[in-house]
Design a protein around this ligand. Structure first.
Ligand code: 5RP
Length: 230
């Protein structure tokens, strides 16, 4: 079965947790896109939900699928966010931001009563860190911020190269918030909560891609079916 099919199966399984009248957070990435498409089919069948997208790309997808949108300024809390991830461990800590949407994704997840992570089972890892950790930074003072990131990683016992993410034309990739992304190639992150706190204490860092204690369930699709971790 292809990765495309597994992602769609995980998205379909998460859709079973959506109820009429819910306020939803919509994630970003190829797996979340399946969820938006499947949710759109249900909406066209009469399901009533309103949703907050976690990126401009997801906003466009949701609109194209007829899903009513709202903002976190118009609703107090969301019932459920469904999003993908780059890495998931058994404690449901995540690395996110491969698609560059980590800031809005974390704001939306933190405003949600529940977050379901959808992925093909290759995203389940024993230790976080093989996937480069995205760190969203302010362009001003980039070199100083990069040095501070290296120091914070070293203090947490992790070492590796820190690269500026490039987008089209070889220019810095720009997030929906107008920021840049440093990708930290660390290999293994033994203390993810500690590193997350240290990174966010750096003035030029806007947010990091470690999602600690935010996910309540992972729906993982593999060749043998759906596996739930909660
Ligand atoms: C975007 C993300 C995505 O959820 C993550 O990159 C997974 O993407 P995909 O479903 O395409 O594998 O964090 O910022």
């Amino acid at each position: 079965m292809s990765s495309h099919d597994l992602k769609r199966q995980a998205a379909a399984a998460a859709l079973e947790h959506v109820r009429d009248g819910m306020k939803l957070g919509l994630g970003t990435g190829s797996t979340a896109k399946h969820f938006v498409e499947l949710l759109g089919e249900r909406v066209r069948g009469g399901l009533k939900v309103i949703a907050v997208p976690t990126s401009e790309a997801t906003r466009a997808d949701a609109q194209a699928n007829g899903i009513a949108l709202t903002t976190l300024d118009e609703v107090d809390r969301l019932d459920l966010t469904v999003d993908g991830a780059d890495e998931i461990n058994a404690a449901l800590d995540l690395v996110k931001g491969g698609g560059g949407a980590l800031l809005r994704e974390k704001i939306v997840a933190a405003a949600s009563d529940r977050m379901i992570v959808i992925a093909d089972e290759s995203k389940l890892v024993a230790n976080l860190g093989r996937f480069p950790l995205p760190i969203e930074v302010i362009p001003f003072g980039l070199a100083a911020t990069r040095r501070a990131v290296e120091e914070a990683c070293a203090e947490c016992g992790v070492f590796g190269s820190i690269s500026l993410r490039k987008g089209s034309g070889g220019h810095a990739f720009v997030t929906d918030g107008g920021h840049w992304i440093l990708d930290a190639h660390l290999g293994r992150i033994p203390d993810a909560p500690g590193l997350a706190d240290s990174l966010n204490a750096i003035p030029g860092v806007v947010e990091n891609g470690l999602f600690i204690g935010l996910a309540s369930m992972a729906v993982l699709a593999g060749p043998d079916g759906i596996r739930i971790i909660e």
